[in-house]
Structures are given as structure tokens and as C-alpha cells.
Design a protein around this ligand. Structure first.
Ligand SMILES: [Zn+2]
Length: 80
């Protein structure tokens, strides 16, 4: 995830592991944002939970396909 420091404008990346960890911690603590320190100017940037959530690949919502039973079409007629 790319973060842009809003003090000095420096762009830097946060690892997915860190994002996942931060999300977990925030969900447990009920926090609204994650503090990310800019490696350049040490300014603390606030990244909202929403931003973090958007950056991690979400688990696809599994919707089971609707299978309609076909009446008797698959059955082979047995020859006697
Ligand atoms: Zn900075």
C-alpha cells in the first residue's frame, strides 16, 4: 500500500503484513486509524481503517451457484 506523507509529500509503502496486523489491532481496540511514521521526516500520518481495508485483498464472498435440477435429461435409457 502506498502512503503519501502529508507533511513532506514523500511516498512510501507499507507491507501487507503490517496492514493486516494493524487492521487486526484496530479491530480489537476499536480504533479508527493507524499511525504510520514517515521514514523521511518522521511525521506521523494517520491512515484510516477504511483505507487499510481497501488496500488488502478481500476474501471473495462465496455465493453458491444456483443449480437447477434438470428433469430426467441426464438419464440414459437402459436398453433391455
Ligand atoms: Zn514525511
Amino acid at each position: 500500500m502506498q502512503i503519501r506523507c502529508y507533511r513532506c509529500g514523500w511516498s512510501f509503502a507499507i507491507k501487507k503484513d503490517e496492514i493486516a496486523f494493524a487492521l487486526q489491532a484496530l479491530e480489537q481496540a476499536g480504533g479508527g486509524h493507524h499511525d504510520v511514521r514517515c521514514p523521511r521526516c518522521r511525521h506521523t500520518n494517520r491512515v484510516s481503517v477504511e483505507q487499510l481495508r481497501r488496500s488488502v485483498p478481500r476474501r471473495p464472498v462465496e455465493t453458491p451457484p444456483v443449480v437447477e435440477p434438470e428433469p430426467g435429461s441426464e438419464e440414459e435409457p437402459s436398453e433391455a
